[in-house]
Design a protein around this ligand. Structure first.
Ligand SMILES: Nc1nc2c(ncn2[C@@H]2O[C@@H]3COP(=O)(O)O[C@H]4[C@@H](O)[C@H](n5cnc6c(=O)[nH]c(N)nc65)O[C@@H]4COP(=O)(O)O[C@H]3[C@H]2O)c(=O)[nH]1
Length: 650
């Protein structure tokens, strides 16, 4: 690569002067000598001709009546001085012919002796072409510098073999008239590489080689300025991997790092050269799309397509050190400029939109809307409030019963609610992701486990006539990954005296596929205690027959979205039928969740579904309501408590 970097002209003249101090001194001697001969009526300097020597090219006078001895001494001193410098020195005249050079120059540029040493044009043609990607540019620069009769210059020359030279040049004058130019070349490869490394480390992410936050903000600032100046539109995409933490915690950081590297590669492949893919840290990436002179509608469409392409690319399975991993992404998009927002504002807006994408179910994208600004402020408040909610006892567990096809209550699922002092009832879809983000989901989940175990014991002791009632508890990935999770479960079971076979732990598919072996070992451990396992939201994640066969599962829960679609969508009918058949072949019971009407119920019952949960049957209820419901053994109690129940009877 040939890169000319013209900077620092002012101070260079000073540097060059000092560097060539000795040389200049000798030149003055030579001038004085020449003047002597001139004063005798001879124009000796015009007779000085370049003659090639093994060590370089030196001016030799042909004038007979110059004091030859004195001239010889001066030349030998000049020669010694030039050859003692660590820089390659080259002097050209205005016609681009070589006047003088030293041995260092020859060795730096690998110039063989047999070449015509007086013809710089020929040198450069022969030697710069293979050394530099753009040698023509270099030769033009030499000509340009020769034309700059007064200025000192400094360039950085880059060679295809990786070497970097610093080239300084200074005009050569005789009696005020510029007759040529002196160049000094220094190999600065090591210094430049060290400097570039420092610069690189300050602006690039070492793991993925992508620009870091600093460089991104710098480019975003420039893009914002260009957009404002030329009335263009730009877009920033904020990406966050949905289940990276699970993978990182379960499989370890080396695998997490390798996954991030693959994500970075895919991102770079998805975008155009003029776009910027950056990593902010952790599993947060950003795409800065090049600005365009376009209408907001066209640009939005373009960004939407680009973001969907990224979602599709990043959701493909990853092969990392023998593990097949799945990672989806949530994307928030901010279009700019809107008002007088800064680069930080744009980043924050995209981040806010990303949270909305997560909230909307992950593996999706959302554009930032001004109304979301309030949402991000709310998020901050929610985080602070949730930290205190545990201590203040604001979290409550509701129980949603599950029934067999005759209406017998088989059990219930524990569902959290947050009774916020000013905002009222907050649903888990809103606060569970926050609890995961701020790291309190494990203690929250443990409380649900503890309460569930105590209730199991109470049901077994005091509600025997209701038959064996099972309780199901949702287990978050972070909670399951705790090294002492099995011990925690064992502790709550022992402390309460609950029957372990009545406790069902609900896991999600994505939790299972990240590291099958480790997950299986933990499940086997827990199975020894006697607990049951259920896969929640089955069909929405990465369902794989491999894990269904290998893991010690007891139950599959068909996701609500399938249940609600079976009436209107023939494809969903096939999926649900396949799930029930497969579960039956594997000896697993099937729970249909979110059953809202009798048509869904009838369809599922006829296909062999064992267990039903949904508003048609019962809404989630408080402890007291649930215990009353159990003691009456009558589903009609639940109907009476529920305004939304559409249950028509079994
Ligand atoms: N539209 C409709 N919805 C129905 C119907 N029947 C039940 N549902 C709702 O479906 C969700 C079922 O729970 P999930 O799939 O485990 O999904 C749960 C679970 O993933 C999570 N969650 C709730 N409690 C806990 C908890 O204690 N720990 C953890 N880790 N997650 C929890 O929050 C999710 C949402 O919980 P909920 O809002 O209580 O929502 C519950 C329930 O109220 C119906 O007929 N129609």
């Amino acid at each position: 690569m040939s890169e000319l970097d013209m900077t620092d002209n002012g101070s260079v003249e000073q540097d060059l002067r000092s560097e060539l101090e000795i040389l200049n001194g000798k030149m003055e001697e030579l001038d004085a000598l020449i003047s002597q001969t001139e004063s005798r009526g001879k124009r000796s300097h015009s007779a000085v001709q370049p003659v090639a020597h093994a060590e370089g090219l030196w001016p030799v006078s042909s004038t007979e009546d110059v004091d030859k001895q004195q001239l010889k001494e001066t030349i030998s001193l000049l020669k010694a001085t030039l050859n003692s410098t660590t820089d390659g020195i080259l002097v050209l005249n205005n016609e681009l012919r070589v006047v003088i050079y030293n041995t260092k120059f020859v060795s730096l540029w690998n110039i063989p002796q047999e070449l015509d040493h007086s013809d710089a044009q020929r040198w450069f043609n022969a030697f710069t072409a293979p050394l530099m990607e753009n040698s023509e540019h270099f030769i033009n620069r030499i000509r340009e510098q020769l034309a700059q009769t007064d200025e000192a210059t400094r360039d950085i020359l880059r060679f295809t073999d990786g070497r970097i030279f610093e080239s300084r040049s200074h005009p050569q004058k005789i009696e005020g008239e510029t007759v040529g130019r002196v160049w000094s070349f220094r190999d600065v490869t090591k210094q430049r590489q060290a400097q570039e490394l420092v610069e690189y480390q300050a602006t690039y992410d070492p793991l993925t080689d992508l620009p870091n936050r600093r460089l991104l903000l710098d480019r975003l600032n420039q893009t914002l300025a260009r957009c404002r100046r030329h009335e263009r539109i730009g877009a920033l995409l904020f990406l966050d991997l949905d289940n990276f933490k699970t993978i990182n915690d379960t499989l370890g950081h080396p695998i997490g790092d390798a996954l991030l590297q693959q994500v970075a590669r895919r991102l770079t492949e998805c975008v155009r050269r003029e776009d910027t893919a950056a990593r902010l840290g952790g599993d947060e990436f950003v795409l800065l799309l090049a600005e365009e002179d376009s209408t907001i509608e066209d640009y939005t469409q373009h960004v939407d397509m680009a973001a969907n392409k990224v979602l599709a690319a990043l959701s493909q399975p990853y092969e990392v050190q023998g593990h097949r991993l799945y990672a989806t992404t949530s994307i928030g998009v901010s279009l700019f400029p809107q008002e007088d927002e800064t680069a930080d504002d744009v980043l924050m807006q995209a981040d806010t939109a990303m949270y909305r994408a997560k909230e909307a179910g992950r593996n999706t994208l959302r554009f930032f809307l001004p109304s979301m600004r309030k949402f991000s402020e709310d998020q901050l408040h929610i985080q602070n409030d949730l930290r205190q909610a545990l201590e203040r006892g604001e979290l409550q567990i509701l129980w949603q019963p599950k029934h067999d096809f005759s209406g017998n209550t088989l059990g219930a699922e524990a569902l959290l609610r947050w009774k916020h002092p000013t905002r009222g009832l907050i649903m888990p879809s809103e606060f569970i992701p926050v609890a995961e983000d701020i790291g309190i989901i494990t203690s929250l989940g443990n409380q649900v486990l503890e309460v569930s175990c105590k209730l199991l014991r109470k049901l077994a002791d005091e509600y025997t006539e209701a038959g064996p009632i099972h309780l199901s508890v949702n287990i978050s990935p972070q909670q399951f990954q705790q090294a002492d999770f099995s011990m925690q479960v064992a502790h709550y079971l022992k402390e309460s005296g609950a029957n372990p076979s009545r406790l069902t732990l609900e896991l999600t598919e994505n939790m299972l596929v990240t590291n099958l072996d480790e997950v299986m070992a933990k499940m086997v451990d827990l199975k020894r205690l006697g607990v049951r396992f259920s896969i929640d939201d089955f069909g929405t994640g990465y369902s794989s027959l491999a894990y269904l066969k290998r893991l010690p599962l007891d139950e599959i829960k068909i996701d609500r979205s399938f249940v609600n679609d079976i009436i209107k969508d023939p494809e969903t009918v096939s999926i649900v039928e396949a799930i029930i058949t497969m579960a039956s072949k594997l000896g697993l019971s099937v729970v249909a969740e979110g059953v809202e009407n009798s048509r869904e119920f009838d369809f599922l019952r006829k296909r062999g579904c064992h267990c039903f949960q949904g508003y048609m049957l019962c809404q989630p209820m408080t402890d007291d309501q649930f215990l009353e419901f159990i003691s009456e053994g009558n589903i009609n109690t639940a109907r009476a408590n529920s305004t939304q129940s559409v249950f028509e009877g079994f």
